[in-house]
Design a protein around this ligand. Structure first.
Ligand code: ADP
Ligand code: MG
Length: 677
């Protein structure tokens, strides 16, 4: 066998079949290092198995036993499934315990596991009548292989499946690769440079105790997060060292704006405006995040910032993620700013008013979608860029706008409350202002989950609200019916609602409509020409119609928590009591638990924390922003202390050596990534 080096191709290792090399390549595993970096998803302690459960305790169990019966069956004529009965082996106290395992629509399974096989199974049991049942357990057929087996009588790593390589075989390949490893293997890590990589890897894959694996993983995770934080801080340092503008010293316009408002800013708004003003006046460029729940008044904070910039003689731009939102911002800005004679222009993809804004002179505020990035809007002197709902934008789009001309100050606004532990990772290069208070005088939102409510009841409730002059939303997960998904759709239901609510105007809004059509429907809804919108999640972001106080969400279990929270944010914007009805078929316990979170709170930060608990950081980050997906230790992000430790280590390194002159390897790493963004 060749001596293993990190970049040795798997085909040259000598113990991997060509067909396996191919299968591994499909999973992007090409070299020895890639294989070793395929970390276990979890571990099974196969020295002692769980007892066969008699009742459900909620947790997953790991059982060992013999397959004593099997059958292929059909369910309601259509869905076919395969079922086996596993019986505990002799040395178990409850040796006559049995459990049924069931798999749907996996016709090939009967060839993999059958009567007479000894198996290890892993999954969450449930009770069905008098029997215990696990649906879709993970399983492995085992053989009694004597003392030195890597599959039994030890802590066994369980990997994510790689198509074409059975679980046992993958475990053998890793074991083989590890046994050829020198303790001096690979380059020293950036944090634990004294620890042997070979040792750490062995602990990760074939630990003597699970704690050893955890501690080795934590080390790898810390190193990954350290590099991430180093990049973030490096980027921040670069950004801050650029010459910025000093603006916003004069406050006449800002004061006039304040005086024109029919309300006082909330304390949180005032605090944020002050923080922003200080940034604007400093010669360091601003790079600030304004985080605030839906309806907390971010737009007004942005307007205040813009007043300061406009009075300094520069332009400000506001970039919105959708056409609807850009339109709406434009109307809002016109409404509040026209009396101050501030020139506001709208630039979007479908509507180009850049030649004709209806006023003399260059616009002072330009509002648009990402078309602002591509249509070469001629900014004369762009002093401030405000990016609304930034999670909808990629990092590269963000930096693209920032690259135009001399560097403007940047304010990023987000209504997606990010759990505190994730903020450092996602927005670690930004300063943060938080709007943690809603304007006074908002009506409460009452949220209720309803399992299969009667149509007549929902109709009656809607009619009551409509008859007192309010408006409402009815939300569906799909635009049109689909065979693949059993969920209802906006197009499929609109006519029914039009009939049920026939004295009122019912409009349709979904993402597949043309921008002009969407705009028209939104305008009519705003003007109360339309009382009820049957819609998909296009209304999710930023739509602001304070008169709307009811929202019925069908198949609510299909939406994510964060998304439901966003949707619900469309109501409760006026002084009226508002109602959000989450309709579900109630089949899915997890789905119900999710909806209960919404029944219990409207606090976006609490919901975000719950979302993190339910879905894990990988999922939360994945939908919140791309670019984090290549983190290998995403699950450790929920471990706040680890993230803070990484941050602190990175800060220390940069404090000691701001240019990373003594650490060329780190510098290379950091610069390579920074270029990409
Ligand atoms: P966000 O962008 O954070 O969702 P907006 O800035 O759109 O919130 O404000 C939401 C609503 O609250 C708007 O209708 C706005 O007119 C109103 N509003 C904003 N700030 C205040 C305030 N300080 N007092 C009363 N109403 C406010
Ligand atoms: Mg907003």
């Amino acid at each position: 066998m060749n001596e293993l080096t990190p970049d040795l191709a798997l085909s040259s290792c000598g113990f991997i079949e060509p067909k396996e090399v191919e299968a591994l390549a499909k999973a992007d595993i090409h070299a020895v290092e890639d294989l070793l970096n395929w970390f276990p998803r979890r571990y099974e302690d196969r020295r002692c198995f769980d007892a066969f459960p008699v009742h459900v305790a909620g947790d997953a169990v790991c059982l060992r036993g013999m397959v004593v019966d099997s059958a292929r069956k059909r369910f309601g004529g259509r869905r076919q499934f395969y079922e086996i009965v596993v019986e505990g082996s002799g040395d178990s106290l409850l040796s006559n315990s049995r459990i049924t395992c069931r798999w749907f629509n996996m016709p090939y399974l009967h060839r993999m596991v059958a009567v007479g096989h000894e198996v290890v199974i892993y999954g969450k049991p449930k009770e069905q009548g008098s029997r215990m049942l696990i649906d879709h357990p993970e399983f492995e057929v085992v053989q009694n292989e004597g003392g030195s087996s890597i599959h039994l009588e030890r802590i066994v790593p369980i990997y994510r499946n790689i198509s074409g390589i059975p679980a046992r075989r993958l475990r053998e390949l890793l074991h083989e690769a590890l046994s050829g490893l020198d303790v001096e293997w690979g380059e020293p890590g950036p944090v634990f440079s004294d620890c042997s990589r070979g040792e750490m890897l062995r602990d990760v894959h074939f630990p003597g105790e699970v704690e050893k694996a955890q501690s080795a993983r934590r080390k790898f995770a810390l190193e990954e997060f350290f590099l991430l934080q180093l990049r973030v801080l490096w980027r921040r340092q670069r950004f801050r060292s650029q010459p910025g503008r000093i603006q916003g010293r004069k406050t006449k316009l800002l004061r006039a704006f304040h005086e024109s408002l029919p309300f006082d800013l909330t304390d949180a708004q005032k605090r944020s405006v002050n923080e922003i003003a200080a940034d604007l006046r400093s010669e360091r460029p601003m790079n600030r995040l304004l985080q605030g729940d839906v309806g907390s008044g971010k737009t007004f904070v942005a307007m205040c910032a813009m007043m300061l910039v406009v009075e300094s003689g520069s332009q400000a731009a506001l970039m919105a993620p959708t056409q609807i939102l850009a339109e709406q911002h434009y109307l809002t800005f016109r409404k509040w700013l026209s009396s101050l004679e501030v020139r506001v222009a709208l630039v979007t993809g479908s509507r180009k008013e850049s030649d004709h804004f209806g006023f003399e002179g260059a616009p002072q505020i330009v509002i648009g979608t990402h078309a602002l990035l591509y249509d070469n809007v001629d900014f004369k002197d762009l002093g401030l860029v405000v990016i609304d709902e930034q999670h909808k934008f990629g990092v590269s789009q963000r930096s693209r706008l920032i690259q135009q001309g001399t560097i403007p100050d940047v304010l990023v606004m987000t209504a997606t409350p990010i759990p505190r532990t994730l903020t450092l990772t996602m927005y670690g290069d930004l300063d943060v202002s938080v709007l943690d208070e809603l304007p006074a005088g908002r009506g409460k939102i009452i949220t209720g989950m309803r399992e299969k409510p009667k149509v007549s009841d929902v109709t009656k409730f809607l009619r009551e609200q409509l008859s007192s002059g309010r408006q409402g939303y009815i939300i569906y997960p799909l635009v049109e019916e689909s065979d693949a998904l059993r969920a209802s759709s906006a197009k499929g239901e609109i006519d029914k609602w039009a009939k049920r609510l026939r004295d009122y105007e019912v409009g349709l809004l979904h993402g597949k409509m043309k921008p002009e059509e969407k705009e028209e429907v939104m305008a009519r809804f705003r003007d109360n020409d339309i009382q009820v919108l049957v819609a998909t999640t296009v209304v999710e972001v930023g739509v602001d119609v304070p008169n709307a106080n009811v929202m019925v969400i069908y198949n609510a279990e299909r939406f994510g928590l964060a998304q439901l929270h966003q949707l619900r944010g469309r109501i409760g914007r006026g002084s009226y009591q508002s109602y959000c009805i989450l309709v579900t078929d109630g089949k899915n316990e997890e789905g119900k638990r999710k909806l209960q979170v919404l029944e219990n709170t409207t606090d976006g930060f609490k919901i975000a924390e719950e979302d993190l608990n339910l879905r894990g950081p990988g999922e939360v980050l994945g939908t919140a922003q791309s670019g984090m997906s290549d983190l290998r230790f995403v699950d450790f992000l929920a471990d706040g202390s680890l993230v803070r430790e990484a941050r602190q280590l990175a800060e220390e390194v940069l404090e000691r050596d701001p240019e990373l002159e003594e650490s060329p390897r780190l510098k290379k790493e950091v610069e390579a990534i920074t270029e990409e963004c």
